[in-house]
Design a protein around this ligand. Structure first.
Ligand SMILES: Cc1ncc(COP(=O)(O)O)c(C=O)c1O
Length: 425
């Protein structure tokens, strides 16, 4: 079946950095800079009267002109062939999937309705009743919830492991271990995992490795190039970049993994709305410049917080004080704008934290991150952890540093600390 949808961009391939020239953008090799690729991937203006972005294709039914076409539809590769039915893909989701696959050096991607769906689909694709899952103890809360509830109910045994385990994960692998799930840095606590070492063990033991790479994005870490099989992104965050859509993406290293993920998403009726796919692609165009700003501002503020008398510890992997700084330096090419800190105990206890958070003018108090606005949340992970206990009783905060001027954010934090410090017991 003819394919007019890949005229600008070659079929994604799992190149390593050394042979990346096989991937092309408008005929040029993928040694092109990321900014260039982000500006040109997933676009076919001359198939749309020259309009720079693919128009939104809403719809369920897709018509066939002939019976031959209808019959052939059952054999189509949804990455390149004609469109069959809205649930299986549309021009907007395909543009996004092509872009995601190329950015992550995968063979294909699947766009779905949320980051959490991007976590659950590969789990359901690679795990069956009687299988064993190794899950990092530092995972995103709802990922833990999925593992401890739905997967456990399905008959999947779950063992949480210390995120800093590295190659020693080998000792935890059982004959029925099918998946090792990673997230680096860990949600809220920011441990960096030795991803290449874990992926190497998985490969040697025939176990599928999956990673939630939402924090770094493909700009700052490309797990497939470090040996991982499946990469998960909450596109809700940096890729879309405006805090106003929910979307997820899954990228697979090889054909078998891609097919399993795609089949599982389809079998569950998962779908990515074309408007959201288009919004996400618009966000991706400016990802590199936004991330540079998030990254620089976050590091500046993290350093400033390290010197504040109210702060006990700053949890930012790009700081030399972070216990995994060397690992981060080895594997990552940058740090995003999300980091944590713990506060020293204050006589007024909870009221100190409450006053600090409520006095901030420019930090929204709310979940998620990756948008233009700075955000803060406080959490307590102590009761969740089982393999790598988090015994620190100090209040744990997570900051998302937005696109505001860092000096305004630091002034905001300083005035909020002053008000909090004045709270009486
Ligand atoms: C690390 C991580 N993964 C996945 C998700 C889930 O993304 P979504 O909110 O799009 O479901 C989140 C959301 O906060 C997250 O922080």
């Amino acid at each position: 079946m003819s394919d007019t949808h890949t005229s600008c961009i070659t079929t994604p391939c799992n190149d390593t950095p050394s042979n990346a020239a096989a991937t092309t953008v408008n005929g040029a090799a993928s040694t092109l800079g990321l900014g260039t690729r982000l500006a040109h991937l997933g676009r076919r203006p001359h198939e749309h009267h020259g309009f720079v972005n693919t128009p939104i294709h809403r719809g369920s039914t897709v018509l066939f002109k002939t019976f031959d076409e209808l019959e052939a539809a059952y054999r189509v590769d949804s990455r390149t062939g004609r469109f069959i039915y809205g649930l299986m893909g549309n021009p907007n989701s395909r543009d996004l999937e092509v872009t995601l696959a190329q950015l992550d050096s995968g063979v294909g991607a699947v766009a779905v309705g949320s980051g959490l769906a991007a976590v659950s689909i590969p789990m359901l694709a690679f795990l069956s009743c009687g299988d064993h899952l190794l899950m990092t103890d530092s995972c995103y809360g709802p990922t833990r919830h999925l593992a401890s509830t739905i997967l456990a109910r399905m008959g999947v045994e779950v063992t949480y492991y210390d995120p800093r385990i590295g190659a020693e994960i080998d000792a935890l692998i059982r004959p029925n271990t099918r998946v090792v799930f990673m997230e680096s840095p860990g949600s809220l606590t920011f441990e960096i995992q030795n991803v290449p070492a874990i992926a190497r063990v998985c490969r040697a033991r025939g176990v599928t490795s999956i990673i939630d790479n939402t924090w770094a994005t493909p700009l700052y870490f490309r797990p497939i190039e470090h040996g991982v099989d499946v990469v998960v992104h909450a596109l809700t965050k940096y890729q879309s970049g405006n805090g106003d859509i929910l979307l997820g993406g899954i990228v697979a290293r090889d054909e078998i993994s891609w097919k399993r993920v795609k089949d599982t998403a389809e079998a569950h009726g998962h779908y990515a709305h074309p408007d959201d796919c288009m919004q996400c692609l618009r966000g991706l165009r400016s990802l590199e410049v936004r991330m540079a700003r998030h990254s620089a501002s976050a590091l500046e503020i993290a350093r400033w917080l390290e010197a504040r008398p109210e702060v006990a510890r700053v949890l930012h992997p790009a700081l030399p004080s972070h216990p995994d700084h060397q690992l981060w330096k080895r594997d990552f090419t940058g740090a995003s704008g999300v980091f944590g800190c713990t506060l020293k105990p204050h006589a007024s206890g909870r009221a100190h934290v409450k006053t600090f958070l409520e006095s901030l003018q420019f930090f929204g108090m709310g979940f998620s991150w990756g948008g233009f606005e700075s955000l803060v949340v406080a959490s307590d992970v102590r009761s969740m952890r089982v393999a790598a206990p988090w015994n620190d009783p100090n209040p744990l905060l997570r900051f998302q540093i937005g696109l505001e001027e860092p000096r305004d954010l630091m002034a905001d934090m300083a005035q909020a600390f002053a008000l909090a410090n004045a709270v009486e017991r």
